[in-house]
Design a protein. Structure first.
Length: 202
């Protein structure tokens, strides 16, 4: 669900705010609401573990309508707090430069080079991912307005995860696009984005 709130990071980079709701197939677990900023130019799903604001909130199954209303009110309060802290962090990142070499170091920390004993397939897959990340940072048109900043470094990682990382198909995701969309809010994807955000935060 798109929220009316909107961010323009550094006065040039538009980010819309969404809330995504997840639930188990059998309804046994609580609804999980996720605050999901999405960058307009490339539809990157943003993810950051912020120090003073939660990005997820569980809605428990209750029989009381008032209970649901109170939980929703708390969730919205947390949403606004998350947006404020996320935007403040993003503004600091877009003001700081990041060289190609420094971005290469970031990629190495996120995806370490395989050992000499690794198979050629593993080495080739790693090189392909690293090359794609470096292109996203240095040359992708989606980064034109923010090129050479720490914010651009984070966006390169987010765009890679959302649009280029390998996607696994299953009975719920029968095409690559759907699989990537679901993976973008999954644990592995958000973990990589959280790590990148932490390493690039100012």
């Amino acid at each position: 669900m798109k929220l009316p709130e909107h961010m323009k990071v550094g006065g040039v980079d538009d980010v819309d705010m969404y809330i995504a709701a997840l639930n188990s197939h059998d309804g046994s677990s609580p609804f999980r609401l996720m605050v999901t900023p999405i960058r307009v130019v490339c539809a990157n799903t943003q993810a950051a573990a912020l120090q003073h604001a939660k990005g997820t909130f569980n809605i428990r199954h209750t029989r009381s309508a008032m209970g649901h209303i109170e939980q929703a009110r708390q969730a919205l309060s947390l949403t606004f707090r998350y947006q404020e802290e996320f935007q403040a962090a993003a503004e600091r990142m877009i003001q700081e430069s990041l060289t190609d070499a420094a971005f290469g170091d970031l990629v190495e920390r996120l995806m370490p080079t395989p050992s000499e004993n690794a198979t050629n397939r593993v080495k080739d897959n790693h090189r392909e991912k690293a090359d794609r990340l470096e292109w996203l940072f240095a040359d992708a048109p989606t980064n034109d307005a923010i090129r050479g900043t720490r914010w651009a470094g984070y966006q390169a990682v987010a765009e890679f995860v959302d649009h280029y990382a390998p996607a696994k198909l299953n009975r719920y995701c029968e095409d690559v696009e759907t699989a990537r969309s679901m993976a973008a809010i999954g644990t592995a994807a958000t973990s990589l984005k959280h790590k990148a955000f932490d390493l690039l935060a100012v």
